[in-house]
Design a protein around this ligand. Structure first.
Ligand code: GLP
Length: 231
């Protein structure tokens, strides 16, 4: 793992945007892997500010709430259209588990097949949840897991409730790439900012086990951590 220590989140997001551009331009024939949430919003803003012109034709989202309308403001697919595809005027295809052609019984295995056909992902953006989740792979997830429907843990629903107008409507399930799916990317770009994420990161690095999903990715040949935390 390569670690870039930055002084604050904004500096980290700018560095991440640079690394993302370089890695995706190196293999423009391959798709990229996108993530959502606060951490990533600043990265997308930096890409827009730098007038990045994506050369890839496909992007795969890490996860999506199960059963959510693709036009809901809380849909991750919608968020990626809103913060990434739209502002960059990117016309490529955005794949999200459980959405569009993947909203079928065989959707999650079709999503895996899509990734196999078009992959490997050149660079996968990754954040981490306060409880250590990666995408929606909650603590205890199988390190060999693939794209599937999962139940969200209480803590995840609580921390994500801030994004919902009515916290009672936070979905209880999601479709998420598995840890083995994520591991297939050529480069993993992990962004961790803020003291509230410190415990999750430290636990994953110092006592990796089944309860720390990041442990499944730690031996990846090209894992790059950008953080403002002293670890
Ligand atoms: C969500 C996503 C994760 C993301 C996490 C952290 O639960 N499923 O992929 O890493 O939130 O988000 P934030 O950057 O807003 O802290």
């Amino acid at each position: 793992m390569i670690t870039h220590r930055v002084s604050n989140q904004e500096q980290g997001q700018a560095l991440a945007a640079e690394l993302f551009v370089a890695a995706s331009n190196q293999s423009p024939q391959h798709p990229v892997g996108l993530a959502t949430g606060n951490t990533m919003s600043g990265v997308y803003q930096q890409l827009v500010a730098s007038e990045f012109k994506p050369r890839f034709a496909h992007a795969f989202a890490l996860d999506e709430y199960h059963g959510i309308s693709p036009t809901s403001k809380n849909s991750y697919l919608n968020e990626l259209k809103d913060k990434f595809a739209g502002p960059l005027s990117w016309q490529g295809e955005l794949h999200a588990p459980g959405q569009g052609k993947y909203a079928t019984e065989s959707g999650n295995s079709d999503f895996e097949s899509g990734l196999r056909e078009l992959g490997p992902v050149s660079v996968q953006l990754l954040g981490i949840g306060v409880n250590g989740h990666i995408a929606f792979n909650e603590p205890g997830s199988d390190f060999e897991s693939r794209t599937r429907k999962v139940a969200l843990q209480e803590e995840t629903m609580r921390s994500n409730a801030i994004y919902f107008d009515d916290p009672a409507t936070v979905p209880t399930h999601a479709n998420t790439q598995g840890l083995a799916t994520i591991r297939q990317a050529e480069m993993l770009l992990l962004l961790v900012f803020g003291e509230h994420k410190k415990q999750a990161l430290l636990k994953s690095l110092q006592s990796p086990d089944q309860t720390t999903p990041l442990a499944a990715l730690i031996d990846h040949k090209n894992l790059v951590l950008v953080t403002d935390l002293v670890i």
